[in-house]
Design a protein around this ligand. Structure first.
Ligand SMILES: NC(=O)C1=CN([C@@H]2O[C@H](COP(=O)(O)OP(=O)(O)OC[C@H]3O[C@@H](n4cnc5c(N)ncnc54)[C@H](O)[C@@H]3O)[C@@H](O)[C@H]2O)C=CC1
Ligand SMILES: O=C(O)C(=O)Cc1ccc(O)cc1
Length: 306
């Protein structure tokens, strides 16, 4: 493995930050984890749980002592924190884990070349949040997408290789792509599904003639899976939609057209059109299973027990 990161700073000690802390200690040779979170309660909880070895009182203090800084706050805060890292010591490697990349990369444009920012997105998670939700195996057999900064210097290439090696050590499959493509692809596979789940569960709540007890009682199949996704953190997802506006609106437009097509087919009793659309979807599900990216269970095939 490339030179490991012996001391890391986790900024934002929630589900992903704490999972990175556990995984780095368990499999990537990290010896010390310093944690900073804007919430003092979260810092105290993370210390108590042993997620971090030391809590820092400020962002600056956490960054000063570390060779890797992991930005694992909601995406909006990542954009606010990045410009504050301009004075980090030369050679500091900074990595984020945000669910969208274009806005984060834009916020990193002002950083000096001496700070090596490597944008990353583990395509792995759960609907849970907070420091107690993380676990070391979260990233195992999951994709991690790296969207490198456009710079050709050797020093940056070395930091990129170290971050790549870190995710491999976590058990992830690593792929590189440009941020614009990432944001469109993830708008299709992750952001739109979350928006639909929030909307669907909200709509069920709005049908006054079906009361909550009935919704709970009869939510055996599909609806139950949607409620799991709709239980995801509201601040995290607010930030995803605000920061990936263009791509989400693009795929939302296509979704609305498909939905209108379904509506028309139902209205006119066009069974052939419905059957054709459903058969196509079934094929996609089969392809996902065959690619080994999904088990019979929801929750990306894993829960807190890993
Ligand atoms: N939840 C998921 O399944 C996945 C999330 N992500 C990305 O990972 C990031 C973190 O998500 P989670 O771990 O789920 O969130 P979380 O809600 O579990 O934790 C976020 C933490 O950041 C802290 N925070 C917020 N603003 C801060 C600031 N300005 N300075 C310091 N700390 C601050 C919060 O107090 C909280 O403890 C997000 O950018 C998200 O898009 C990526 C993959 C999966
Ligand atoms: O829990 C689920 O179903 C998820 O979709 C987890 C998830 C959430 C956000 C990401 O950027 C990546 C993965």
């Amino acid at each position: 493995m490339d030179q490991p990161f012996e001391t890391i700073a986790i900024v934002g000690i929630g589900l992903i930050g704490s999972s990175v802390a556990h995984a780095a200690r368990a499999s990537a040779g990290t010896k010390k984890v310093i944690g900073y979170d804007r919430s003092p309660e979260v810092r105290a909880e993370a210390l108590k749980l042993g997620v971090i070895d030391e809590a820092a009182d400020s962002l600056e203090a956490a960054v000063a002592q570390s060779d890797l800084v992991v930005l694992s706050t909601p995406v909006g805060a990542i954009g606010e924190i990045l410009p504050q890292l301009s004075s980090a010591k030369a050679g500091t490697v900074v990595m984020d884990v945000g669910s969208c990349k274009g806005s984060v990369i834009a916020a990193a444009q002002g950083l000096p070349d001496s700070v090596h920012f490597v944008p990353a997105h583990p395509v792995a998670g759960t609907e849970h949040s907070g420091p107690a939700a993380g676990f070391a195996t979260l990233f195992r057999d999951r994709w991690c997408i790296i969207t490198p900064m456009e710079r050709g210097d050797e020093a940056y290439a070395q930091s990129l290789a170290r971050v790549d090696a870190l995710w491999h050590a976590f058990g992830s499959d690593v792929v590189q792509m440009d941020a614009k493509h990432h944001d469109l692809a993830l708008a299709v596979t992750s952001h739109l599904p979350h928006l639909i789940a929030y909307t669907l569960v909200g709509a069920a709540d709005d049908v006054e003639s079906v009361n909550e007890a009935e919704v709970v009682k009869y939510s055996a199949g599909g609806f139950r899976d949607f409620t799991r996704i709709a239980a995801s953190d509201p601040i995290m997802w607010r930030d995803v939609f605000i920061n990936n506006k263009e791509a989400v609106l693009e795929v939302l437009g296509r979704f609305s057209e498909e939905l209108a097509m379904m509506q028309r087919a139902i209205r006119w009793g066009d069974g052939e059109a419905l059957e054709k659309a459903f058969t196509r979807s079934r094929g996609l599900r089969k392809a996902i299973i065959e690619a080994g990216q999904e088990s019979a269970e929801p929750n990306f095939g894993r829960d807190k027990k890993g």
